[in-house]
Design a protein around this ligand. Sequence first.
Ligand SMILES: Cc1cc2nc3c(=O)[nH]c(=O)nc-3n(C[C@H](O)[C@H](O)[C@H](O)COP(=O)(O)OP(=O)(O)OC[C@H]3O[C@@H](n4cnc5c(N)ncnc54)[C@H](O)[C@@H]3O)c2cc1C
Length: 390
Amino acid sequence: MNVKDARAHTEPDHHAEGPGFQPRELVLLGAGHAHVNVLAALAARPLIGVRIILVAPHPRQMYSGMVPGFVAGHYPLEDCVIPLEPLVRRSGVRWLQRSVKALDAKNNTVQLDDGSTLRYDWLSVNTGSVQNREHMDAAIPGARTHGLFVRPIEAFSALWPRVVEMGTERALRIAVIGAGAAGVELAMAIRHRFPQSAVTLVTGDAAVGSNYPATVQLRIQAALKLRHITVLQDTAIGLTAEEVRLGCGAGLACDVALLTTGGQPPTWLADSGLALDAKGFIAVDEYQRSTSHGHVFAVGDVSTRTDRSLARSGVYAVRAGPALARNLTAATTGGTLKAHMPPDSTLNLLSCGDRYAIASWGNFSAEGRWVWWLKNWIDRRFLARYTSST
Ligand SMILES: Cc1cc2nc3c(=O)[nH]c(=O)nc-3n(C[C@H](O)[C@H](O)[C@H](O)COP(=O)(O)OP(=O)(O)OC[C@H]3O[C@@H](n4cnc5c(N)ncnc54)[C@H](O)[C@@H]3O)c2cc1C
């Protein structure tokens, strides 16, 4: 057998025929970046003989890549979203505007937040990661009450205008906790939005932008310094209404504490029976298929590729869409699955708030206003793919 291809050993056990026939069902959980691509693919080429159900709670998918631009004030929120209704209508899938609450991989069912249960023959999960409030409140007591969580992005983007209102009344003291790409971009976006405010980036154990090559880290540090963003290499150990308590014993006075620390797996995966990685994300193979349940697929931040040390990332979710669409078609029609091999290096564009950005691709890096225009063009083109014919 070709190692890159595999027969779709994903046929469900219960081929129903004759009396009591039930159409076979493919359930798509979440309208993440890969699933919007699957919906677009279904609109172009419908799947015959399979009933497809999408479970997605919100009427739109936020495009996180443009959220820092929304925070900076470059884009209205409507420019950063993919409305689902037109995509769903064109693709012919049934849409349940619900959240999944439980998954039982042994019995092929998912439970929704209205108490109903859905049976599936094939399942595809693209629900992203979460900021687990309990987990974060244990690490940073007071986080739940006093922190502004960046995830779910829907909730964050609904709350952000309130911060903008506060920021127009007085100079705010804003702490961004977590210095990954999202934290760095948001800190610089906030600086641009509120030039009079004090913006502090609390990095935790890791260096600023620690996922990037050293040259890019230097560019990020210089960009933060130039924009008068204070970087504290310390850990937030508590939040109150007035301050961030730091590991060194000091308190950082703050009006808004934005929590951008990394995502956790959704809690409903823990008892699902699916094979999970050490952190609790769905373990998948090169076909984006659960390593324990061949008729379950998972992509994006909710999953981890076990065949390569591939970090969960939005880029991965976006790029995984076409491959997932092909493999779902193959799985449901008895075709051949194809391995999805994302490139080792991808172009990373980090916005600096003031229509300036840093580019990183393998060992190459650059920065300038032109990088921001490139990012803006790529982001808008990505969204236009799903919104242009609505
Ligand atoms: C501010 C910010 C900027 C970022 N910028 C970038 C960037 O420039 N490039 C990049 O690569 N990454 C970026 N990221 C990371 C990126 O957001 C994630 O890696 C990416 O969103 C993952 O995509 P996904 O499709 O797996 O999940 P998501 O985009 O999180 O989508 C998941 C979907 O599932 C839905 N959902 C969630 N729970 C349930 C449930 N229980 N039932 C049903 N549906 C559910 C959600 O509503 C959502 O629509 C950024 C993150 C942030 C916070």
